[in-house]
Design a protein around this ligand. Structure first.
Ligand code: PMV
Length: 337
C-alpha cells in the first residue's frame, strides 16, 4: 500500500474562465486570473493497493453519491497513472485501485470552487502516492483535466492561467503571478444558498458556448481584462482591480443569461449583496464583487474594510453565513509513505 495526503485551497477567479476551446482535453477558451483562498481547503488521501477490486471513493465521509462523479475521479486517476507510467494500452497492465478519501471544510458543489481544491488536492496526492516527481507546472496541467479552475489551485496567492496556443494543451498551465504577501486582499463570501447548484459550471458554460449570442464578445474581451487585472495587481490599484473584476463577472453572467435556455445562477440575496457592495464602494470603501456558477457573492476588499463589509453583508435578508478568507498558499503534500 502506498499512501499520500495532500492539501489544496479553493480559488476565486477575478478574471473568469467560462467556455472551452477543446472539451476532451478541457482546454479553456480564455485565460483567467484568481486568488487562492486560505480558508477553503480540501484534504485528500489516496492509498493504492493491489488488494482492491475497484476504487473506493469517499467525499466528506460518505461514499460518493453518483456513479458519474465516481467515474470522473477514477478516469482522472487513470489519466495520471498513464502520464506517470506510460500508456496503459497493453490491457494486462491494469493500474492498482485506490482508496480515496477527500474532505472539504466548506459546502461542496455550491459555487465555492470545491472542484478546484478537490482536483488540485487529488492531483498532488496521486503524485505522492505513486512516488512520482511531477513538477508544479505538470501537476497544474493534469489538474486542469479534472476541472479547469483546479489548475490554478496548485499555486498560492495571485495566479494566472494561460489558455495556451497548442492543440495538445501542453502549454495550458497556471503560474503564480504574485505571492499572497504582495497585497493582502481579503475575501468575504456571502452564502445565500447552501444547496447543491442546479446547473454545473460544465453544463452552464457548454450551453453558453453553444447558444449565447454574447459568447464571442465574452471571449474577445478576455485578453484586455487580463492585462488590466495584471497591471492593477502589480500597482496594488484597488479601483482598477474592482472595475475589471466586476466587468469580468458581469460579462460572464450576461453571456450565460443570454444562452438558450438562459442560465441563471443568482437569487434575490445575490442581487441585494451586489447592490450593497456597489453602495459601500460609492462611499469610499474598497470592496468589489464577483460571482461564479452559483448564487454566492464573493466580496474582495482590503484588510481595513473587512469589518464594515462583513456587517453590511450580514444584514442582508437571505445571506445565511459569511466566510472570511485571506489569500492562501500553494497546494502541498502533507505526508506520504
Ligand atoms: O473549473 P470549473 O469547470 O468548475 O469551472 C469554473 C468556472 C468558474 O468558477 C465560474 C470561473 C472560474 O474561472 O473559476
Amino acid at each position: 500500500m502506498t499512501t499520500a495526503t495532500a492539501i489544496a485551497h479553493a480559488n476565486i477567479a477575478l478574471i473568469k474562465y467560462w467556455g472551452k476551446r477543446n472539451k476532451a482535453l478541457n482546454l479553456p477558451a480564455t485565460g483567467s486570473l484568481s486568488l487562492t483562498l486560505n480558508a477553503l481547503t480540501t484534504q485528500t488521501t489516496v492509498s493504492f493497493s493491489d488488494d482492491l477490486a475497484a476504487d473506493q471513493i469517499e467525499l466528506n465521509q460518505q461514499s460518493l453519491s453518483t456513479q458519474t462523479s465516481a467515474q470522473r475521479i477514477s478516469d482522472f486517476i487513470d489519466l495520471m497513472y498513464q502520464t506517470i507510467h506510460g500508456s496503459l494500452d497493453n490491457t494486462d497492465q491494469q493500474r492498482p485501485y485506490a482508496i480515496i478519501r477527500s474532505n472539504n471544510n466548506f459546502p461542496t458543489a455550491a459555487g465555492l470552487a470545491s472542484s478546484a481544491s478537490g482536483f488540485a488536492a487529488l492531483t498532488m496526492a496521486v503524485n505522492g502516492a505513486l512516488n512520482a516527481s511531477l513538477d508544479n507546472a505538470q501537476l497544474s496541467m493534469l489538474a486542469r483535466r479534472g476541472s479547469g479552475s483546479a489548475a490554478r489551485s496548485i499555486f498560492g496567492g495571485f495566479v494566472e492561467m494561460s489558455y495556451g496556443q497548442r492543440e495538445d494543451g501542453l502549454d495550458c498551465i497556471a503560474h503564480p503571478l504574485q505571492p499572497a504577501e504582495h497585497w493582502p486582499l481579503q475575501l468575504l463570501i456571502a452564502i445565500t444558498d447552501t444547496g447543491i447548484k442546479k446547473i454545473s459550471s460544465t453544463d452552464g458554460m457548454q450551453s453558453t458556448t453553444d447558444s449565447s449570442p454574447y459568447y464571442s464578445a465574452w471571449v474577445e474581451g478576455a485578453e484586455t481584462d487580463l492585462s488590466d487585472a495584471r497591471e492593477a495587481i502589480a500597482n496594488r490599484d484597488f479601483d482598477a482591480l474592482a472595475t475589471v473584476t466586476e466587468f469580468s463577472t458581469l460579462k460572464m453572467h450576461a453571456s450565460a443569461l443570454a444562452a438558450q435556455p438562459g442560465v441563471i445562477y443568482w437569487n434575490a440575496a445575490t442581487l441585494a449583496a451586489m447592490h450593497c457592495i456597489r453602495q459601500l464602494r460609492s462611499e469610499g470603501i474598497p470592496v468589489c464583487f464577483t460571482m461564479d456558477a452559483g448564487p454566492q457573492v464573493k466580496a474582495v476588499c482590503t484588510e481595513q474594510a473587512v469589518e464594515q463589509v462583513s456587517q453590511a453583508l450580514r444584514s442582508i435578508p437571505g445571506v445565511v453565513d459569511i466566510i472570511h478568507s485571506t489569500l492562501g498558499p500553494a497546494a502541498y503534500l502533507q505526508e506520504s509513505h
